[in-house]
Design a protein around this ligand. Structure first.
Ligand SMILES: Cc1ncc(COP(=O)(O)O)c(C=O)c1O
Length: 423
């Protein structure tokens, strides 16, 4: 144990990103390892939300639109574009990830008419799979979904994708980093092999953006969606984003026609004419308070740089991996994320038959220990999420020490096996 303590202290001292920790609201009695689900609150966000609600809305009322709000979507889209390596006219921020996925999957299937297979994998996030199922049931009745099954419940080999792509594949859709195991697909390779068979890819970047460098232009990506409330620290339910490569924008349609996607929304024309470019993928009035609250989180990621964030995150998952292997596997824990740091995103999953009870003991300590917040994914996964902007090596060291204590003392036996509903 001592060697890990010394290593953690040494790595914290050398950590060039440690200065960002003070930019987030934190209480030193809580170790937060769930930034892969909901990022911490940036200190600046409080002031921005307060100013917006009190002054812009409270005092300026409807004048707030022209004074502050109408430009917000464009400005934030530009910042997200820099983070994901896209042009500023290729990103739209607004709506939820699920809704954006529906819009782009629908648009892609319509664009690829004549082909009727949708390819995905069983590591994809449930909402992504539900959206596809709904599209096939309701909108594209002759289509079928082909789901690639992971052989180790953790990863998908590229040969599996290659084997399943064919001339009838209308769309391949995957999570770049998978939500349970953190497996990281190779975006460039997958894009290339899919293009070779005349198909297109729709990426869900939710578990990658802000932790894993993404370059949509360089990898010639077609379509993508992603959320902003995880590693981008945009706040609970913060609007998501979508990406459509420039040359595809005029060829694809948003299936939902609405006034914010109209060429001239404030002319109040009775007939729909889609806006040119990415703007046609908008739907209704932007959620201004949530959008404004997102900006400080984006600025912090841009200032830190995604390459630096990735370098720290890889070092941290490596540290955590080794410590878990040494200290926790004797208690029956199984590592459920890829061993190779290049093949995983920014969280480590561990499995245990008492995972739900162990998670409860971590978040509700009985005997004065620090609170450690991971998350639980049924049936037996504990996800330990590392947000390199604010997670320290000491946090990781203390987490493993705490889990060991819970196992040594059987503290988890104080808790029932019921599963609490947490998004
Ligand atoms: C990979 C992924 N996609 C989509 C979602 C859900 O998107 P939303 O609820 O914002 O529509 C999540 C939520 O955690 C996710 O992890």
């Amino acid at each position: 144990m001592n060697k890990f303590y010394e290593e953690a202290s040494d790595l914290d001292k050398k950590d060039l990103l440690s200065k960002f920790r003070k930019d987030f609201l934190a209480d030193e009695r809580t170790i937060y390892l769930d930034g892969n689900s909901l990022g911490r609150l940036p200190v600046k966000t409080r002031g921005i939300a307060e100013e917006l609600i009190r002054k812009q809305w409270g005092e300026r009322l409807i004048r707030g639109w022209n004074e502050h709000w109408l430009d917000l979507t464009k400005r934030l889209s530009g910042k997200i574009a820099q983070i994901v390596g896209a042009g500023e006219d290729e990103i739209f921020v607004g709506d939820s990830t699920s809704l954006n996925l529906f819009k782009l999957a629908h648009a892609a299937l319509e664009f690829q008419s004549g082909k009727n297979e949708i390819l995905t994998d069983d590591l994809n996030f449930p909402t992504d799979l539900y959206i596809l199922q709904g599209l096939v049931q309701n909108n594209f009745k002759g289509h079928r979904i082909n789901t690639i099954h992971s052989q180790d419940s953790m990863s998908i080999r590229q040969e599996q994708i290659k084997k399943n792509l064919n001339k009838n594949t209308a769309l391949l859709t995957l999570s770049l980093v998978t939500y349970k195991s953190a497996f990281l697909h190779d975006m460039a390779e997958v894009n290339e092999m899919t293009h070779q068979c005349g198909s297109m890819v729709l990426w869900d970047l939710s578990h990658a953006v802000g932790a894993v460098p993404v370059n949509l232009s360089k990898t010639k990506a077609d379509l993508a969606v992603g959320c902003t409330y995880k590693y981008l620290n945009g706040g609970p339910g913060a609007p998501a984003f979508l990406y459509v490569r420039k040359d595809l924008q005029e060829k694809m349609r948003n299936p939902i026609w609405s006034w914010f996607g109209h060429a001239q929304p404030f002319q109040f024309d009775d007939q729909f004419t889609p806006a040119p470019g990415i703007s046609k993928f908008a739907i209704g009035t932007p959620a201004i308070i949530s959008l404004a609250a997102m900006e400080p989180g984006l600025d912090l990621v841009l200032e830190a740089g995604t390459e630096n964030l990735r370098a720290k995150s890889s070092r941290q998952t490596h540290f955590l991996w080794r410590m878990i292997s040494n200290e926790l596997t004797p208690f029956g824990f199984v590592l459920a994320s890829p061993e190779n740091a290049d093949e995983r995103g920014s969280h480590i999953s561990i499995q245990h038959e008492n995972a739900s009870q162990i998670c409860q003991a971590m978040t509700e300590p009985k005997y004065g220990s620090k609170t450690v917040i991971p998350d639980f994914r049924p049936p037996n996964n504990i996800r330990l999420g590392i947000a390199p902007l604010y997670t320290s090596y000491k946090d990781l060291f203390e987490t493993v020490v705490r889990i060991k204590e819970i196992m040594d003392t059987k503290e988890y036996e104080h808790f029932g096996k019921e599963i609490k509903n947490v998004p």
